[in-house]
Design a protein around this ligand. Structure first.
Ligand code: SF4
Length: 339
């Protein structure tokens, strides 16, 4: 009888499909300055524009939707928008929620742009989830990347969001200036330690890329910054996934979304980055399980749901499984098997 085990990723919430996320981009709005690596206009495909114009367009587009959506205010520092803009955007969301077009509302912001009072106010106005662009909890890396806050502020902000009864999202930026794989491993441990009181609903891992039009591009051209190689990034992401999964925290996204006009000069960009990291994480999990089995196994049995993912991009992990003495076979069971 093969030894059976489940995929280590926490089960995805309910089989009922969640409404799609409808992003309203507010590029750089509310930001205290331009961060070294950030080119939100290119990342979102949208130039900064007056907030009144953004609101008017969002109202028109959302009113025309036939399916409910989760509304997301992304691309800037929502909680630091000048008054009365946070309220005006949330009032629109409330109006659309009343008509059934919006089911949930989220925003992205910086850790140093939240206070308990502000979060309570926005919660009362209908905000459900706050995604914090933490990037790192390590003081030296935050200073080298000129983020303008330290690790203690980032950690306090995570707890503040949860204490305000808001769902928490966390974004990390492995490989930003001053940030090595060990720093990233420590960051992931911090995220895992937030459970259960401030367990994030999701974590996004955005390995640092050199984007055209950023101060980081100038540093890279001057030879003062080198991004992580792809292989280092995959290894670090895989290790991070294992820690997050063990803490019951899903990783929602790895790597920047493809966007026309986004010029990436250097860095670990790959269209299958997430798939490669997930496959690697599963491989490491299998390797550890195998080492603990009382007798050797010759085959990894893979349920249908995971067959496209197990061997990684272009079957890159086939040799590694063979190195463990394992063949990989599909089977019709819902769990994995080693036998
Ligand atoms: S990284 Fe965030 S805070 Fe910094 S400029 Fe970009 S959107 Fe603003």
């Amino acid at each position: 009888m093969p030894f059976r085990f489940a995929h280590p990723e926490p089960p995805r919430p309910s089989a009922t499909p969640r409404p799609r996320v409808f992003p309203v981009f507010l590029p750089l709005a509310g930001c205290p300055g331009r961060c070294l690596y950030c080119n939100q206009p290119a990342q979102t495909g949208q130039a900064p524009e007056p907030l009144e114009a953004v609101l008017t367009r969002a109202r028109a587009e959302l009113s025309a939707l036939s399916q409910p959506v989760e509304l997301a205010f992304y691309g800037g520092t929502f909680t630091a928008l000048p008054e009365p803009w946070p309220h005006r955007f949330l009032d629109l969301a409330t109006e659309l929620r009343a008509s059934g077009r919006v089911t949930r509302v989220r925003c992205s912001t910086r850790p140093d742009a939240v206070t308990p009072l502000l979060l309570a106010d926005l919660r009362g106005r209908g905000l459900d989830l706050v995604e914090l662009g933490v990037q790192s909890f390590q003081d030296a890396a935050l200073a080298a990347s000129r983020r303008g806050y330290g690790g203690a502020v980032a950690l306090a902000a995570c707890r503040m969001v949860a204490e305000a009864s808001l769902s928490l999202g966390i974004q990390l930026l492995p490989g930003m200036p001053g940030h090595g794989p060990d720093d990233f491993a420590r960051d992931v441990e911090v995220v895992a330690s937030l459970t259960p009181e401030a367990k994030p609903e999701s974590v996004r891992l955005y390995p640092c890329l050199v984007l055209e039009g950023t101060p980081l591009a100038d540093l890279w051209r001057a030879g003062e910054f080198s991004p992580w190689p792809l292989s280092v990034t995959i290894e670090a992401l895989a290790a991070a996934l294992r820690v997050l999964w063990a803490a019951g925290v899903p990783a929602a996204r790895m790597g920047l979304a493809e966007q026309a006009g986004l010029a990436v000069l250097a860095g670990p960009r790959h269209p299958a980055l997430g798939q490669m990291a997930r496959a690697r994480a599963l491989f490491l999990h299998v390797r550890d399980l195998l080492a603990g089995l009382p007798k050797p196994a010759a085959t990894l049995f893979v349920p249908a749901r995971w067959q496209g993912e197990v061997l990684g991009q272009g079957n890159e992990l086939a040799g590694e499984y063979a190195g463990l003495g394992l063949g990989v076979e599909a089977w019709a069971e819902p769990e994995f098997g080693l036998g």
